[in-house]
Design a protein around this ligand. Structure first.
Ligand SMILES: Nc1ncnc2c1ncn2[C@@H]1O[C@H](COP(=O)(O)OP(=O)(O)O)[C@@H](O)[C@H]1O
Ligand SMILES: [Mg+2]
Length: 602
């Protein structure tokens, strides 16, 4: 079955249990289809002139996000570019022709994100060639002015995807709306509710030199203004091109969190930008210290490599495990915060190979990645937020029946009254502006009491410990939305390398775990298939997913109504599955570390 955003709705998310198959959904079987001559690659008309790298490219692509629709484009014709995020967008609907999809590796782009692999894709080369033609046609000076003067996060949109790069229609979308959401530096302390003295010094975005886009929200910059710093230094620039509320929430969290050796230091600078409209000086992002591990790849990608090369030592793994556990404990006990994003992606290593936890947006992880009790609420949330079917509509959006959406919206309201106000806006609203004083925007975690939150953190910590001791990038293979440089060759909760005693600890941390959809349906290269056999039949995948999600959603509802009853009777203890506390996990790891040091066991 093809991979696209509809697949997420119809297979990967709990909406699969109720998905209405409207005109939008034409299940196709490209493998079985006869490609007509006018679309065939054998037809000379359907050949791309060239996908060869350009001798003097004007642009570079640093990676991809948005399920293969957004490419980080970097202008090479500017001597010094500030990090303006002028990305290329390829809307999914313009890339429908099977011939083009194949020639340009669009199905691979769906799950590929890192620069090295993205640069090998046909689509990346095609974009670079099309940008070259467009830039020369529009003129270097005009494109330079666009880059410098347009609102932050403005977009280069390909309105069509043609074999002939000269026929691709490119337009620019000015993202005034994003700048409108940004908070003014003058009001920042009041709106965030923090003392002015805590705010880092501002630096204008024009004084930053862009180096490399690492991730959707994060790039490397150097700050070279002598008034600002004595020597140019490299920083992480974190900014969001949508949902600015998460950025300000993270900024506030980082400024208020007491320091810890294994948690990122707070931002050193606020990055500001003069906005054209309204004339405000807006806070567009923050500069964080850059933790530069001596390894070329991230901890997530390096772990499997070390495992394969037999370079994973138990003392090193125990160090990382205790460093991380103490950081998570600190966030809970000192920060009084929940941390819903615990996975290898959010752990970086510094120059001494010590752990640093990053990412305090509290957005949470993809559906099914978390603890089962969090997933239960998240499934309800996803259904409550799903598009309801309206008979008068053209029905070209993935949707579920209106009464189903309402049913789940009502359950969510009982769990988290007023959730709509947290959900509906992209811009930051202080806790005082919502009736319940909620801090943050993670609906599922806001429903939980602190004891429940800690138990869910322990669950996620258990899965990260599994990845560490097994030397795997992620706990489950075949993630739909992302492929990894080194895919796991073992699946949680199977063990191969973890010391016996730690297996017991990880098992206790992850009590209550349930099977996941990926045990039945997973991505194989760039298609969704049934895991047993060669099931490429889209109808079969849809049927299996629907049955799976029907069971999971009803289990989620049962669990939540049991919780509600126990809560009402005052009998709900919170740690329903009886997992250890964070302190206990840390103590066990410490004890094991000491023992293994004294006995020299490896
Ligand atoms: N301070 C840092 N030093 C080094 N790498 C970092 C730092 N902060 C983030 N990163 C890298 O950038 C990625 C994205 O940052 P993160 O804060 O997790 O953003 P997001 O909220 O978009 O996931 C991380 O997974 C990590 O690889
Ligand atoms: Mg992250």
């Amino acid at each position: 079955m093809k991979l696209n955003s509809q697949t997420i709705h119809d297979v990967v998310h709990p909406t699969a249990a109720f998905a209405i198959r409207n005109t939008y959904h034409q299940v196709s079987h490209p493998e079985e289809q006869k490609i007509p001559w006018r679309e065939s690659q054998l037809n000379p008309k359907n050949r791309i002139d060239s996908l060869a790298p350009l001798p003097n490219p004007l642009w570079r692509i640093d990676g991809c996000t948005g399920l293969g629709t957004q490419f980080y484009s970097v202008p090479l014709f500017l001597e010094e570019a500030s990090p303006m995020r002028f990305d290329v967008f390829i809307p999914e609907e313009i890339a429908a022709s099977p011939c083009l999809r194949e020639l340009l590796d669009l199905d691979t782009a769906f799950h590929t994100k890192d620069a090295t692999r993205v640069r090998r894709l046909g689509i990346t080369r095609h974009i670079l060639r099309a940008l070259q033609v467009w830039t020369l046609k529009v003129g270097l000076s005009s494109v330079t002015s666009m880059y410098r003067d347009l609102p932050f996060g403005s977009r280069i949109i390909f309105q069509s995807l043609e074999l002939n790069i000269h026929n691709i229609n490119i337009v620019i979308a000015h993202m005034h709306n994003l700048e409108r959401q940004l908070l003014s530096i003058i009001k920042l302390d009041k709106i965030l509710g923090i003392p002015h003295a805590l705010l880092p010094q501002p630096v204008d975005i024009a004084k930053l030199s862009f180096l490399q886009q690492l991730h959707d929200s994060v790039c490397l910059v150097s700050v070279s203004d002598p008034d600002c710093l004595s020597t140019p230094e490299t920083y992480i620039f974190k900014a969001l091109t949508s949902g600015s509320k998460y950025l300000y929430h993270e900024l506030k969290t980082l400024l208020l969190l007491p320091p810890h050796p294994h948690i990122t230091s707070p931002p050193r600078y606020l990055v500001t930008k003069q906005c054209r409209f309204g004339g405000k000086t807006a806070v567009v992002g923050m500069l964080l210290p850059y933790y530069r591990s001596p390894e070329p790849d991230s901890l997530r990608d390096a772990l499997p490599r070390w495992r394969i090369n037999n370079q994973l030592s138990l003392p090193q793994l125990l160090d990382w495990a205790t460093q991380l556990s103490s950081a998570v404990l600190h966030v809970r006990e000192q920060g009084k915060l929940f941390y819903p994003d615990l996975r290898l992606d959010n752990i970086v290593l510094d120059a001494e190979l010590k752990v640093k936890m990053v990412d305090f947006e509290q957005r949470g992880v993809w559906c099914e990645f978390g603890a089962p009790e969090v997933n239960a609420i998240d499934y309800i949330r996803i259904l409550a937020q799903a598009e309801p079917f309206l008979p008068d509509d053209a029905a070209d959006e993935p949707c579920i029946p209106k009464e189903v959406q309402l049913h789940y919206a009502n359950i969510l309201t009982r769990l988290l009254p007023g959730w709509e106000s947290l959900d509906s806006r992209e811009d930051y609203t202080p806790p005082s502006s919502n009736s319940q004083g909620y801090t943050g925007y993670n609906l599922a975690w806001l429903c939980l009491h602190p004891v429940e939150q800690e138990a869910a953190e322990v669950y996620m910590l258990g899965r990260v410990l599994w990845c560490l001791f097994e030397g795997q990038s992620v706990p489950q293979p075949g993630a739909v939305w992302q492929s990894y440089v080194r895919e796991p060759d073992l699946e949680f909760p199977a063990y191969r390398r973890t010391p016996e005693r730690l297996r017991g600890l990880i098992d206790r941390c992850t009590k209550g775990r349930r099977d996941t959809l990926s045990s039945l349906v997973a991505r194989r290269v760039s298609k969704l298939t049934l895991r047993d056999g060669e099931g490429h039949d889209a109808e079969e995948v849809l049927r299996v997913a629907r049955a799976w999600w029907t069971g999971e959603v009803s289990a989620a509802e049962e669990f939540l109504s049991m919780r509600a009853e126990w809560l009402e009777r005052g009998e709900w203890k919170g740690n329903y599955f009886g997992r250890p506390r964070l302190r206990e996990v840390l103590a066990e790891l410490d004890a094991y570390k000491e023992e293994s040091l004294s006995t020299g066991v490896e």
